[in-house]
Design a protein around this ligand. Structure first.
Ligand code: CA2
Length: 152
């Protein structure tokens, strides 16, 4: 039996504390709830789920290196690093599978510093402002995004 495709869902800083504050922006669910939702969405497509969160940028970079040749899809909420990190931009250039940038909130309708994203140029799809459902939508979109994959 061939192995199931693996979908990586990686989350950046502070998202481990989801549900603790600003429910009007981020909702009331926890990171555990988000993982459950992603697992259900992945299972519907018969994917394995590799769900991670880190508060350390180097850890995220090494996770991106680790999955760069093997993941079927990457769903990335880089949180605050979205707006600051050239290193994450550069690491995403090494990832072969389609990348979906996801944000729980509508980053385009908040403070001006949230509008620019270093992830967007590397993303096949950007989903903002749909809350946790955005992650499930990202997983559902992966088969259609394979047309956008980078060769090499
Ligand atoms: O909307 C998103 O998903 C963001 O990526 C969340 C980041 C923010 O810096 C981005 O601009 C947009 C912030 C994550 C904060 O995590 C929380 C922790 C506890 C309670 C609420 C949010």
């Amino acid at each position: 039996m061939s192995p199931r495709p693996v979908v990586a869902v990686f989350n950046g800083p502070n998202l481990d504390l989801l549900g603790e504050r600003e429910p009007e922006i981020y909702g009331e669910g926890t990171l555990g709830d988000l993982e459950d939702l992603c697992r259900t969405a992945a299972e519907a497509h018969h994917y394995d789920l590799d769900f991670r969160q880190t508060n350390h940028e180097g850890v995220l970079l090494e996770s991106l290196h680790e999955i760069r040749h093997t993941a079927y899809g990457l769903v990335l909420n880089a949180a605050g690093w979205t707006h600051t990190s050239v290193a994450i931009h550069d690491a995403l250039a090494l990832v072969r599978c389609p990348v979906v940038e996801v944000h729980l909130s509508d980053v385009h309708a908040r403070e001006p510093f949230r509008v620019h994203s270093y992830v967007t140029p590397q993303a096949a799809l950007v989903i903002v402002g749909r809350g946790p459902q955005g992650y499930a939508d990202a997983i559902d979109a992966l088969p259609g995004l394979w047309a956008h994959r980078r060769e090499g």
